[in-house]
Design a protein around this ligand. Structure first.
Ligand code: HAM
Length: 421
């Protein structure tokens, strides 16, 4: 039998209802905060990711699904969505009508990492991106919105970690200091980090190799190198978060695994996930729109690991599975023809409907109705045909009413509504 690809997964009925619930909750909340949905392709020119995420990152160096298309052009299954959102913002000149755009997108991403719990090769993200706002107040608002989503999804044991990565004015000084520090511990670094140390020392700070993690313990902290502008920006973010009652910890080592960040960066972590403890991450990317060929417009956003969300929320997919309002149980050819008509008409009226699937007896149909959790069963057999009625049974109270077949749809709806006004 052909199995699915390692690191990929099916989301089955019974689970998918939880995904739908999370999607609806996120979309509803984001729209309240002025976001609009954008849907983007899952494949882009490889260069888009190499130039935005950065050549020396784990993602670009080791994890992308990149291959030549049939004409030889290199294409990549997107490892993240921010680069594509930025590309689209520039390509469609969204800034021409209003530089301020708030966009969200939900969909699959692809990274060829080593699969384990919470880490997949096809995984899903919920992204929110804001363009055109320099003010630190938007940084705080985004983090607030993210925390509010976790609360709405009953995910309570999370912590927000934030840092500032500085800007092109102050980061070079930090890089220099870090480089000097790393030169002293060079022999303990992994081969990748030895190479990165020269080109992009910040990347050493997010290397996952244990010996590298140990070596950077006493490394200089970004916070000590921020210019006045970045320092003020960060102070307003933290002050605003305090004002909004969003708890956070400042984490001077948080550099995030992508090159495009500047100033505010953040991550939401939870203890419930073991090693893969980040449920969301984001930050400012003020230089990215320009670097990808657009005007000099700032950006900030985050992505939530959708798979990880479903693993940490106490909510269960089965609690969102829709149960039939009415199950029509019919015996005999004539009754079954009526059942089909009624089910179709009741469905159009907005009820969740189901009917017998060819079971031989009324008893087996009742059993199935019960298993599906049907609220009512509408029964029609020879006797009911003769009397031109159908029996509506309330499965909770066991009360049965004989309803005239004339205007049966109206009769059923009235009966149900009077039982549950
Ligand atoms: P990221 O930190 O690479 O950031 O990913 C965001 C989240 O996606 C992670 O915190 C994690 O929950 C989830 N995630 C990442 N890789 C995997 C995986 N292999 N399996 C399951 N979940 C995973 C970004 O992607 C940035 N684009 C975020 C951003 C948006 N920054 C600004 N705007």
């Amino acid at each position: 039998m052909i199995q699915l690809i390692r690191g990929f997964k099916d989301i089955l009925p019974g689970e998918v209802e939880l995904w739908q619930h999370i999607e609806k909750t996120a979309a509803g909340l984001f729209e309240q905060f002025g976001f609009q949905e954008i849907r983007l392709p899952i494949m882009e020119h490889t260069e888009l990711f190499a130039r935005s995420i950065g050549q020396d990152t784990d993602i670009v160096e080791k994890e992308m699904y990149t291959f030549p298309d049939r004409k030889g052009a290199l294409v990549t299954l997107r490892p993240e969505a921010t680069a594509s959102v930025v590309r689209s913002y520039i390509q469609h000149k969204m800034y021409a009508t209003d530089p301020v755009q708030k966009l969200y997108t939900i969909g699959p991403m692809f990274r060829r990492e080593r699969p384990q719990k919470g880490r997949y090769r096809q995984f899903y993200q919920i992204n929110a991106e804001v363009f055109g706002i320099d003010s630190p107040l938007i940084d705080a608002q985004l983090i607030f919105m993210l925390s509010a989503l976790f609360t709405r999804l009953s995910i309570l044991d999370t912590s927000v970690h934030i840092n500032s990565l500085g800007c092109p004015a102050c980061r070079p000084d930090f890089k220099k200091a870090l480089s000097l520090f790393l030169a002293d511990v060079k022999e303990k670094l992994c081969p990748d980090c030895i190479r990165r140390h020269g080109q992009n020392p910040l990347r050493v700070l997010d290397c996952k190799v244990p010996s590298c993690r140990e070596s950077i313990v006493g490394a200089p902290s970004l916070g000590d190198f921020l210019c006045d502008h970045c320092r003020r920006h960060f102070a307003t973010v933290t002050r605003s978060l305090e004002g909004l009652d969003v708890p956070f910890v400042i984490d001077g080592k948080l550099v995030r695994g992508l090159d495009y960040y500047s100033r505010t960066t953040f991550e939401v972590r939870t203890e419930a996930l073991g090693a893969q403890n980040a449920v969301a991450g984001g930050g400012r990317y003020d230089g990215l729109v320009k670097a990808l060929g657009g005007p000099d417009i700032p950006g900030i956003g985050f992505a939530i690991g959708f798979d990880r969300l479903t693993e940490v929320t106490g909510l269960k997919g089965k609690d969102f599975v829709k149960k039939p309002d009415v199950f029509v149980a019919a015996l005999g050819e004539k009754s079954m023809a009526l059942a089909l008509e009624w089910v179709c008409a009741l469905g159009l009226e907005g009820l969740v409907v189901e009917m017998g699937a060819g079971e031989k007896s009324l008893k087996s149909q009742m059993k199935r109705a019960d298993r599906l959790g049907a609220r009512h069963v509408l029964i029609v057999g020879e006797k009911e045909l003769a009397e031109k009625t159908a029996i509506l049974r309330n499965m909770a109270t066991k009360v049965q009413s004989a309803l005239p077949m004339d205007h049966i749809v109206k009769n059923v709806i009235e009966n149900i509504n009077s039982a549950h006004p």
